[in-house]
Design a protein around this ligand. Structure first.
Ligand code: F0G
Length: 353
């Protein structure tokens, strides 16, 4: 109850590290929205962050750390959201930024943000995993660049505040469902709950449930087979470009979070993802990008096959805003009618008949 302010830095005392300067866009403090149809289901809408994804929570901490350590140059590989967030926070901090993207595989809204915030965009022919690898190499060779990917622990320090906000809103849920790509966020959220338990604020940690896309599911498929190590995917494919990742760098941390919370992982098809995205928008009024809708697709599947009970309190992390990926949105079938403006009333009157 000593807590002051809103958002990520409200929890400053629980965020490791020393900061000479804090670079913030008032990220965090996102709405936890109760489902309109299912009384025990909640949506944590991370699309409400300043650049439209949960990445901003990690970026405020990582960029503050880069500033405090006097770095001048930051770099990140990305499927798009990390790039948009890194570019925005680097601008705010006055740091030079480079982002490494898989060419042609980044959703339009995210690319547009990166252009607007004025970062340098470096593109690789190939998947995110190749971009990630190049950043790892760069950072080892060129110590003057500060890496903003989620192997950077300060990113996860910021993202763990998702757990703190959930606890403040509804206490400890039974399940938290997280879409998994590079596998940092599920660990960060678990770390947040675990720390609250260790200081005696809560008495249990929710089951952490990871959802991957079928064509990019190294962790979910391995756990399903009882393996402790993912079988990496060379050419990951899914409509959910944010989580089109075959070799998640944080896989060990993710498996630790899942196993020690008695959770599990599952995967969903692209058509399940798009159907879930549409249902979220049309039944709940919530616009989430495909990767985020994967958590809802996973929830529906797990309720269906009895792995989750509808009476359990479940929070879905909706990681990014629908506007991030306009191409995915326009794939939904729509009622669009060319009208004669003189007869605009006819459609409505005939609908009402
Ligand atoms: N959802 C969205 C919208 C994402 O952008 C990401 C990751 C995830 C889920 C998965 O989180 O990687 O911590 O398991 N996007 C990264 C990026 C890879 O570059 O923007 P994770």
């Amino acid at each position: 109850n000593k807590l002051k302010g809103k958002g990520v830095w409200r929890y400053k005392e629980l965020i490791a590290g020393e900061y000479k300067e804090i670079v913030s866009l008032n990220e965090g403090n996102t709405p936890l929205i109760k489902s309109s149809s299912s009384p025990n289901l909640y949506f944590k809408f991370e699309g409400a962050n300043p650049t439209g994804s949960f990445k901003d929570r990690g970026m405020t901490v990582a960029i503050s750390s880069a500033k405090s350590l006097n770095y001048k140059v930051v770099v990140a590989a990305s499927t798009g959201n990390t790039a948009a967030s890194a570019a925005a926070y680097a601008s705010r901090a006055g740091l030079k930024s480079y982002i490494v993207l898989p060419k042609g595989k980044v959703a339009l809204g995210k690319l547009a943000q990166s252009i607007l915030y004025g970062t340098t965009i470096l593109e690789v022919d190939g998947s995110f995993d190749i971009a990630m690898n190049s950043v790892m190499r760069l950072y080892k060779e060129l110590k003057i660049v500060y890496p903003l990917n989620s192997f950077n622990p300060w990113r996860l320090e910021g993202q763990k505040t998702i757990a703190f906000e959930i606890v403040e809103d509804i206490g400890v849920p039974d399940n938290v469902i997280v879409p998994v790509g590079n596998a940092g966020n599920i660990y960060a959220i678990w770390k947040g709950f675990t720390e609250l338990m260790n200081i005696g604020i809560i008495d249990k940690v929710p089951r952490m449930i990871g959802v991957q896309a079928e064509g990019a599911a190294p962790i979910a498929k391995a756990l399903e087979k009882g393996l402790d190590k993912p079988e990496f995917v060379d050419s990951p494919e899914t409509i959910a470009s944010a989580i089109r990742i075959g070799k998640p760098v944080n896989w060990k941390k993710a498996i630790k979070a899942i196993k020690s919370s008695n959770g599990f992982a599952t995967y969903v098809s692209d058509s399940e993802i798009l159907e879930a995205q549409k249902e979220l928008a049309r039944k709940e009024g919530i616009g989430a990008e495909p990767a985020s809708a994967a958590s809802y697709a996973g929830y529906l599947k797990l309720v269906n096959n009895g792995k989750i009970d509808k009476n359990e309190r479940t929070v879905l992390i909706l990681t990014g805003h629908a506007l991030k990926d306009p191409d995915a949105m326009v794939k939904a079938e729509a009622r669009r009618i060319l009208i004669n403006p003189e007869h605009i009333n006819e459609i409505i009157l005939s609908d009402l008949r």
